[in-house]
Write a new protein. Structure first.
Length: 297
């Protein structure tokens, strides 16, 4: 299904905005409350699955369910596996480098993603790729300037990039291929719902493997923590649906310019929710990339 660039930008922006808040919530859970990334991912996916079940009941009541085939299930499994591995990859990134450095690593992948999509879908847009190059250059110059007084550990950056870059590139290349043939938006919604269930199963397996039990510490489930997990579940559903819509089209390379701005949004939301320092220049960079991409359309 070919979706117009403007809708891809809208879906990608909603997804990256949602994931920007999610990353702040995860930093709070893992950084301030000292929970492990595996525990956080498991509890988050459990809450998301509960929420999406109510949504599924509504969807099944309002729309005809898709025809489930073995090929369909294999695609869902691969799609969900990629999504969850990338989530674990970002957990690794946030432990190894600063937020601004994670922005740099994500944006550099914009230079490779359009070529990967060309290999899988045969689609390449010169204007979108020009935006990828210019937006990456803007972010690289800005972050290098911002970090000039810090001792950048180049080896650590390269090691971290070697982990997250292949995951993002493979995910970007295979996402439109795995959702190919889903003609209607409601088909993509069903696909997304099944993806959330599979991701929950993956995190359940890793949680049991790590803890050797299914027991959850009572300390992790008290007070405002319920509100935190509930809010994240809503954001996860929103982010996953819009992500699927943004990456399902062969011309999704333009969407990745905005999807890879998630860490920049997390800087803004980190200032709002965690009182982390944000600079006006951070907002200017986001606005500049937006204007650039809209002009390219």
């Amino acid at each position: 299904m070919i979706i117009s660039n403007i809708w891809l930008i809208i879906f990608a922006t909603i997804s990256s905005f949602s994931r920007g808040i999610i990353s702040v919530i995860d930093r709070y859970q893992m950084g301030y409350r000292k929970q492990s990334s595996i525990d956080v991912n498991f509890l988050n996916n459990i809450c998301s699955s509960v929420l999406v079940t109510f949504f599924l009941i509504y969807v099944l009541h309002s729309f005809p369910s898709p025809r489930i085939t073995n090929n369909y299930l294999i695609k869902v499994l691969l799609y969900a596996f990629l999504a969850q591995v990338v989530a674990y990859g970002y957990s690794y990134v946030f432990k190894k480098v600063s937020i601004m450095q994670s922005v740099l690593l994500s944006k550099v992948t914009d230079l490779f993603i359009p070529w990967a999509i060309l290999l899988t879908m045969g689609y390449f847009s010169k204007s979108s790729y020009l935006v990828s190059i210019i937006s990456t250059v803007i972010v690289v110059i800005y972050i290098v300037f911002e970090q000039r007084h810090n001792n950048l550990n180049l080896k650590n950056l390269l090691t971290t990039f070697a982990v997250i870059a292949p995951l993002l590139i493979i995910q970007a290349a295979l996402s439109p291929l795995l959702t190919k043939g889903l003609i209607k938006p409601i088909d993509l919604v069903f696909f997304t719902i099944m993806t959330i269930y599979v991701r929950c199963l993956i995190t359940l397996i890793t949680f049991i493997y790590k803890n050797r039990t299914l027991k959850i510490s009572a300390e992790n489930l008290k007070g405002k923590v319920y509100l935190i997990y509930g809010s994240r579940a809503v954001l996860t559903l929103l982010a996953q649906v819009t992500y699927t819509l943004a990456t399902s089209s062969p011309n999704s390379s333009i969407a990745w310019i905005f999807l890879n701005m998630t860490s920049l949004y997390s800087v803004i939301f980190g200032d709002i929710f965690l009182k982390e320092k944000m600079k006006f220049a951070d907002i200017l960079v986001i606005v500049a990339i937006f204007i650039l991409a809209l002009f390219s359309k």
